[in-house]
Design a protein around this ligand. Structure first.
Ligand SMILES: Nc1nc2c(c(=O)[nH]1)N[C@@H](CN(C=O)c1ccc(C(=O)N[C@@H](CCC(=O)O)C(=O)O)cc1)CN2
Length: 285
């Protein structure tokens, strides 16, 4: 079998460390707090938000879920964010994506105070990531989770050919910046990219985040490639598949499975970023 990268295990190990950090913070009188805002009733988002609440609860992090109806106006959402920005019990604010079409995501992300922006989507934090700033700033949790997996499974990224397929704000763009900051040589591919097959065939590392079942076949990649599958595609029969098809059962390649690869890391890193923000706030007081 293609060797699978066990995201669930790495995430569980990380959660053990986070629980211990939370205990230490609480002993110092600091209880980390996260507020998650869900607008609408998207079933997948409801699951992800519930999983975030459950993880926070398990780790001793205070969490508040704010459920708003699909018809919520942008002004009302922005007012709620202002309230949370001003609430000292809240260290981290997350607005679950996607938002209903009538709400401008960019304005919403910019309204969250940069020091409470647990997703790392505020322009100030995006800029810090692109500039590889040395001072602390929150970073997007899915690509950060992938970097944590790579630290274990592909520790030397220097000079490696990394191919990121998909240029979303959530994954592709911050992934490109993080790999660049780790001194990999990064190509960001998208729907207009030419000679993608050639890029795939020569990459040491491929991160696929396109949202298309079985978009990439492992047989198209190098014999020793590391492939990170960020896709979460629910098929009509209810099964969950990624963007990658493992058609190389006997290869030396490494692949993240779906489920059990990148997904659990996203939640664990979200908790990690929450406690980092809580620590930052305690030093500012
Ligand atoms: N504000 C944000 N919105 C969204 C983000 C985000 O990072 N910030 N990411 C995604 C969804 N997401 C977290 O919100 C997420 C998706 C999937 C998983 C996960 O654990 N997946 C499991 C499978 C779960 C299932 O059965 O459906 C796995 O892959 O093993 C965690 C988080 C979009 N929105």
């Amino acid at each position: 079998m293609t060797k699978l990268i066990d995201g669930k295990q790495v995430a569980n190990d990380l959660k053990v460390q986070i629980a211990s950090s939370v205990k230490k913070l609480i002993a110092l009188g600091i209880t980390p707090g996260i507020a998650v805002i869900l607008v609408g009733e998207d079933p997948a988002s409801q699951i992800y938000v519930r999983n975030k609440q459950r993880a926070a609860e398990q780790l001793g992090i205070d969490s508040e879920l704010i459920n708003l109806p699909t018809t919520t106006s942008e002004a009302k959402l922005l007012a709620k964010i202002d309230q949370l920005n001003a609430n000292p019990a809240i260290d981290a604010i997350l607005v679950q994506a996607p938002l209903p079409a009538h709400i401008n995501e960019e304005r919403v992300q910019s309204a969250i105070a940069p020091e409470k922006d647990v997703d790392g989507f505020h322009p100030q934090n995006v800029g810090a990531l692109y500039n590889n700033a040395k001072s602390y700033y929150p970073q997007a949790n899915t690509p950060r989770g992938i970097m944590t997996l790579l630290a274990e499974y592909m520790p030397d990224l220097v000079g490696k050919k990394a191919l990121v397929i998909g240029r979303s704000i959530l994954v592709g763009r911050p992934m490109m910046a993080m790999l660049n900051n780790a001194d990999a040589t990064v190509t960001l591919a998208h729907r207009h990219t030419q000679d993608l097959d050639q890029l795939i065939a020569t990459a040491d590392l491929i991160v696929v985040a396109v949202g298309e079942p079985h978009f990439l076949k492992m047989s198209a990649a190098k014999a020793d490639a590391v492939v990170i599958d960020v896709g979460i595609n629910r098929l009509e029969d209810g099964s969950l598949v990624g963007d990658v098809l493992d058609d190389m059962p006997d290869s030396a390649q490494l692949l993240t499975p779906v489920p059990g690869g990148v997904g659990p890391m996203t939640i664990a890193m979200l908790m990690q970023t929450t406690i980092e923000l809580a620590r930052q706030h305690s030093t500012f007081e």
